[in-house]
Design a protein around this ligand. Structure first.
Ligand SMILES: [Zn+2]
Ligand SMILES: [Zn+2]
Length: 243
């Protein structure tokens, strides 16, 4: 199994880059996790549109779904070019019914997931947990054979995240704020909270993502390192994890 960062910014993409988007690959199956602004363009550095098998969305904030419309047009064009034989499923929760329905398009189909039943998407078995965020948002525990990847999506720190992330091979954690700031109201985590989460959950590796447009990101890394001594990386486009 392979995990690749496509976009890692919070809010909006810096020049030539993208907000949240990850490419998961197992054998010939390709799953996209979130499709933020700029992501569709950056994705094509690594994969052709016609080879994308499914998309799963954590929530309907623009920095996670802004390129869904572009993706639907891209799928439509691929279909017209006879490159696509089936509608591409886009998985999301149904808390926002209007946004959910818009995932249906000529060449894409909306598929619902929930926090109760794990969802099998190709080779990936995904368990969802609702996070603490202003819009309904879901963290994902993605299992594939012996590999466990946890993606916090957007959330403030809460203790159930620790159990949810326990012993993950890779934790992709949102890290929107610096140590000493208060992310609770905005529904985001600080570097200190990410360090605590990674340490308590005993994960093997952590990536800091959903990065802010202020301060020095290296400081986030150092602050998280005070609590977590394992392998840690600041997300960047192309950063790849292999099992
Ligand atoms: Zn959000
Ligand atoms: Zn976000």
């Amino acid at each position: 199994m392979e995990v690749k960062v496509i976009g890692f910014w919070g809010a909006y993409p810096e020049k030539g880059e993208a907000t949240s988007c990850f490419l998961l690959k197992k054998n010939n199956y390709h799953l996209i996790v979130d499709l933020g602004s700029g992501a569709l363009s950056r994705l094509q550095n690594y994969i052709e549109i016609k080879d994308i098998d499914a998309v799963v969305l954590s929530h309907f904030h623009n920095d996670h779904v802004a390129d869904v419309g572009s993706f639907q047009y891209a799928c439509l064009v691929q279909e017209q070019l006879n490159q696509l034989s089936v509608k591409i499923p886009i998985y999301a929760a149904t808390d926002s019914p209007t946004a959910f329905k818009q995932l249906n398009h000529q060449a894409t189909v909306a598929r619902a997931y929930d926090a109760i039943n794990p969802q099998q998407i190709g080779p990936f078995n995904i368990t969802f947990m609702k996070t603490k965020h202003p819009k309904p948002c879901y963290a994902m525990r993605i299992e594939c054979g012996d590999d466990v990847i946890v993606y916090t999506a957007d959330t403030s720190y809460f203790k159930e995240l620790v159990t949810f992330s326990e012993n993950a091979d890779l934790l992709i954690a949102e890290c929107s704020f610096y140590k000493g700031m208060n992310g609770t109201k905005a529904g985001h985590m600080t570097s200190e909270e990410v360090g605590r989460l990674a340490s308590k959950a005993n994960v093997n590796e952590v990536w800091l993502s959903h990065l802010p447009h202020f301060g020095e990101h290296q400081q986030l890394f150092e602050e998280a390192s005070e609590l977590y001594q394992g392998r840690m990386k600041l997300a960047y486009e192309g950063l790849t994890w292999h099992s």
